[in-house]
Design a binder for this molecule. Structure first.
Ligand code: ADP
Ligand code: NI
Length: 221
């Protein structure tokens, strides 16, 4: 099988697995990350097959909610790629991407070790910010039954992945705990550049949200 066929088969496989996922890790997220990754990869010296497979498989553990099992993603990806007779070095490079892309809290450095993983991490982070990022954050919060906002409840900068993951805070806090921090953590110049506009749009959104919320606090007649 050539690499184009391997990418096409993987896209079809992942699309089937993720069909109907409502938690923010749906097929459309994967598809946008794939497209973003290709856009960034054009400007970088990287293996585009590895980048595309990494983008397509980066959230593979989430279709079944294997939470807390960090090796689940690489394991499921490896099984799939072996079923497609992919060569071992390619499989290992893709698995390394899956291990390295995830945001683990404000205080945790997660700079990837390979140029391909840097591209996929940037592509995934672009999809967490801007208008899409706002939509995903509220979809995730709704899925978990969280409040949108709670006046007086301060955002927390989490020092570990465990702390970050068990956080139950209102969705607006997530902007301060993760989304606003991402713009300074892009690996590639293209990612960094695309992040600017999306970041500014989120800032404007939060500003408007808070002014509408607090503007409602008029004294009773
Ligand atoms: P990823 O590594 O793909 O960003 P996550 O599971 O951390 O995966 O996040 C999936 C989506 O849900 C992202 O858009 C993220 O910003 C959003 N999200 C994650 N945690 C929260 C939260 N506590 N509140 C609101 N949105 C969240
Ligand atoms: Ni993702």
């Amino acid at each position: 099988m050539n690499s184009e066929e391997l990418v096409a088969n993987t896209a079809q496989h992942v699309e089937r697995l993720f069909a109907g996922e409502g938690s923010g890790h749906d097929w459309w997220h994967i598809r946008r990350v794939w497209q973003n990754a290709l856009l960034i990869a054009r400007q970088e010296k990287v293996d585009t097959t590895v980048v595309q497979l990494g983008a397509l498989l980066h959230d593979i553990a989430d279709w079944k909610f294997h939470h807390g099992d960090e090796e689940a993603g690489p394991r499921v990806a490896r099984e799939w790629l072996l079923s497609q007779s992919a060569p071992e070095p390619l499989i290992e490079n893709v698995c390394q991407i899956i291990r390295e892309v995830t945001f683990k809290g404000a205080g945790v450095d997660t700079t990837p070790s390979t140029p391909e993983a840097k591209v996929v991490q940037d592509a995934d982070r672009l999809d967490a910010i801007g208008a899409i990022g706002i939509g995903r954050a509220f979809a995730y919060g709704g899925h978990k039954g969280r409040e949108m906002y709670h006046p007086g409840q301060e955002p927390q900068l989490h020092a570990s992945f465990e702390e970050y993951k068990k956080n139950q805070a209102p969705t607006l806090n997530h902007f301060y705990e993760k989304l606003f921090l991402l713009k300074d953590r892009f690996n590639t110049a293209t990612g960094q550049q695309l992040a600017q506009e999306r970041h500014a749009y989120m800032q404007q959104f939060v500003h408007q949200f808070l002014s509408e919320w607090h503007g409602e606090e008029v004294p009773p007649a």
